[in-house]
Design a protein around this ligand. Sequence first.
Ligand SMILES: Cc1ncc(COP(=O)(O)O)c(C=O)c1O
Length: 405
Amino acid sequence: MKLEEMFATRADRLKASEIRELLKLLDQPDIISFAGGIPDPALFPAEAFQAAYTRALDAQHQAKALQYSVSEGYLPLREWLADHMASIGVPCDVDNILITSGSQQALDYLGKLMLSPGDTALVNWPTYLGALAAFNAYEPRFDRLDLGVNHDVSDYAERAEAAGGRVKFAYLSADFSNPTGETVDAAGRVRLLDMADTLDCAIIEDGAYQALRYDGQAIKPILAMELDQKGDLEACRTIYCGSFSKTLSPGLRVGWIVAAKPVIAKLVLMKQAADLHSPTINQMAIHGVAEACFYEHVSNLRAAYSARRDAMLAALADHMPEGVEWTRPEGGMFVWITLPKGMDGATLLDRAVREERVAFVPGGAFFADGSGTNTIRLSFSNSDKTAIDEGVARLGAVLRRSLSD
Ligand SMILES: Cc1ncc(COP(=O)(O)O)c(C=O)c1O
């Protein structure tokens, strides 16, 4: 018997990315890697976590910390989040909030909740690879969300219908997106809200990097703008996904969803069926650390990461050959590079690792249609200034050689 023959058709869509396999090899000490979009572990608030876990396991709290709990999430954390969301323009009740195991689980649940096979999800070209992977399991088709140009919105609906479904949602990261680092301006956010009203679809706003702004004016979340327009969260079509991964720690796997109550009620049932609840002890620890030092810690992160962003932009200006372009992010962890036409990011990675011991992520995987092969993503969050200077110089050297070959 071949167990593979027992797999459902949707399992065909689960493919290991070659890039992920290649990136596994990058742990060698002489490689400078701009590949992983991860926080610098030296900046974790480790002492605050130690104190929070000690408290969660003391005589007063251990029964709660170690017992089964409710699917909605740890109430004091949801209360803290209700205040936090109000501080970014989204006042809400705790009943508008579900705690998830990272925002990755939120994306999976929202795909499961909304996508029937053949439905359409609108995503940016490029978009977060993990969102494509999460939605893909529910067998949608993807169409290109491009807020920079004026679309005839009815085209989206017609294409979706022709494919046998309808547009269910537009997914995007409006602040400092992964992979490009770019931000959607206020006008773009309003355009998206208008477009979603016309299409009568949901918006999934991924706020994973929202807190990590280094300069420029903060722009209200899309959900906050919609709330201003409609006056009631229950009337809003935007679903906001948040995460503590980029601010406090990704290892605890704590994220959250804010949405109208009927959406949360259904997601709670989904969470019950999937994993009952996210680990209570981790939610308690995140709550303890958030209460103790969230805003102060985020302000320290901003200072550290913005210096690295500046170092990377300066090094790119010094070392990139003519014909290479890059984004200038106001926050987040990424700079997105467009190589001269015809150059392939995956081929360049192979050469960069072999010849110069420098690594990054080729951009093609972030495009739902497999285009964009002449792009690469660099992350500046996990390298110090010396490594950034040296790594970008090495990248410049291999690029120059590739261009002259
Ligand atoms: C844009 C974006 N959304 C969501 C996630 C998932 O993060 P987590 O599940 O750790 O909250 C990531 C992680 O890299 C991300 O870049």
